[in-house]
Design a protein around this ligand. Sequence first.
Ligand SMILES: *[C@@H]1O[C@H](CO)[C@@H](O)[C@H](O)[C@H]1NC(C)=O
Ligand SMILES: *[C@@H]1O[C@H](CO)[C@@H](O)[C@H](O)[C@H]1NC(C)=O
Length: 520
Amino acid sequence: MAPPGPSAGVRLLLLRRLLSTGTEAAAGAAAAPTAAATATATAAKAGNKGDSLALYRRLVALGRSGEGSVSRALSKWVRQGGALPVQDLVEHVKELRKYKRYGHALELMDWMVNARGTTMSHANHAIQLDLIYKVRGIEAAEAYFADLPDPAKNHRTYGALLNCYCSAKMEEKATDLYNKMVELGICSSELLFSNLMSIYMKLGRHGKVDSLFEEMKVVKNVKPSNMTCRILMTSYAQSNKIDAIEELLKEMAEKDVALGWSAYSTLASIYINAGLVEKAESALKKLEGLVGPDDGMLPFDFLISLYASVGNLSEVNRVWDVIKAKFSKVTKRSYLGMLQALYKLNDIDGMKQIYVDWESNYKFYYVRLTNMMIRGHLKLDLTEEAEALWEKAKEKGTKFDSKTCELFLDHYMGKGGMNLALNWLENMIKLPNKAGKLDQDKIHKFQKYFEEHKDADGAERFCNCLRKLGCFDGKAYESLLRTYLAAGKESYSLRQRIKNDKIGICYDIWELLNRIGDKG
Ligand SMILES: *[C@@H]1O[C@H](CO)[C@@H](O)[C@H](O)[C@H]1NC(C)=O
Ligand SMILES: *[C@@H]1O[C@H](CO)[C@@H](O)[C@H](O)[C@H]1NC(C)=O
């Protein structure tokens, strides 16, 4: 049970915006290179915050392009007079890393060091180490660490290497390194304990989690924190030791360890997973009682989500009222969480009220909220309402995302409305990160439909989508040819198109071509 961090939704939205504008800019550049170049050069000379954003857009627009693309983009940027403050570059690295573009993030760091001669801070060394591990593997990360100058071998870089060992589930190396850190006296912090405990939890070595916790308390005399308690609780939960959790809670209470609300949200979700609804509800009451004035909306978001999981609609509504009364501006994350909760509880009327409330308080739509509403309506087969919701959001300037496309695409496919499904597929391929690719079943379903309906135009449109999705092949041509044949439609260019696509003309394709009279 881990809802996204405070600003994850907002950041995601920003990235989406960057992604779409990035690609548009790239497309524009292809059509009118000089105009685009001038615009960027002007932006670059302006040397403001927009400048940094413009560079980030270019980096994002590189998509999945391979090694060398970042260096080329940066060199071009420099040639056009763009500024490159180190701080901005580090920010870009962090952003790229957050969105799992590890290769590009690493190339950017390498470029900073090799082309610009930037001296990395220790914190940046730790980031670079992590990226090297992710892109080139554990041995490369070890070699990087070994080559670091002594002062850079500090708790950060040691911690980063330990993290690599943990992710790689290399228990022995992790333990050795940990012991080394103990020797060097850079591991007294309980953060390290929680790190190690979570390794062992990932490895399924629950006994080790337990003994580390003991070691921390007894040998190292470190007072357990809510973090380590949460890990231990989760470890107990995974080995079905609910009693042990209760013992632990008692022990912590005796020792006056303040667990904080987040430990109780972990506890509640453990109870929920174990089907212990009453205990979960009492943990939720505890949670709510521990919320402090500075904790913001997050604990309430957890409460709403967890109450929805125990199926308690009246509590979900009550907590929402608390949020509305307590905070003058409710975040879109909270709105989204509330809509998700009501969706889970099948309360479409409640969802509508929340959405109307959002519309009356906010000028701009937020596509994830609209998606949730569409999903709620489609689940009940309220197709027209869902379309109307979308039309309205569109009028207000909302752009669909891959989820919107997927929802409508799947809905229409399920009902056999393949032409409507095709419209949404065509929308989907306009998106820069064509997530939710078509699986083979869906591809077959489309092809079969166009063949049976003798719809050559539809089949061509579908082929165009396949091409954009990068899954256009000989089989797709075969289906297209069969559709032409069924439609009794002639074509004298298909043979040439197949050749241009460098697709081998197998016997089936050859025969189909002959039958539709395309002798080339
Ligand atoms: C963790 O415990 C400390 C007290 O030791 C408390 O101040 C803090 O709010 C707790 N954190 C959470 C997220 O509950
Ligand atoms: C929901 O929670 C409240 C407060 O804990 C409780 O009084 C009520 O019976 C619960 N309702 C359901 C349907 O479980």
